[in-house]
Design a protein around this ligand. Sequence first.
Ligand code: SF4
Ligand code: SF4
Length: 152
Amino acid sequence: MGYKADVSPEAATFDQKALKSNWSHRHFAKAAGMGTFGINNMLITKIGCCGRYSTIVTNLDIEPDVPLKEEYCLYKKNGSCGVCVKNCPAGALTLNGYDRQKCYAVARKNAEIYTQFGSSYTNESGEQPNSVGSEVCGKCVVNTPCAFNRII
Ligand code: SF4
Ligand code: SF4
């Protein structure tokens, strides 16, 4: 159709010192009005926070969406819930904030065990896998009120 589109190589990288990516699919999704962030750092949409996002950069001529005004996280909305905090086995997630170093220690430990699925990310250069296994945990989205639903 004459438009351009591409995927950023930044999207697959992960800075192991800062413990952040330069490219957050979730923040783009929030800016596009798909949901709001829970205190578990996940984006809660109308169908919950157990989803994944991808982004495509394009010059396609479309009308942009706007961020939502309504809060979808129960704790942020009215101080209730907090199930995600109770689920965290490492004390990385609290009602007052998130310690990414503690969280990443759990993810690193899991990567040593779950090697059959490959590495989660590449290093800063984008060329090498950053670990032998999958750096995952995600207990803070398991069996939570926001996992598969938006809570009214
Ligand atoms: S489990 Fe509860 S407090 Fe945690 S993000 Fe979901 S709605 Fe918010
Ligand atoms: S991913 Fe695991 S360690 Fe990290 S905040 Fe969630 S439950 Fe805690």
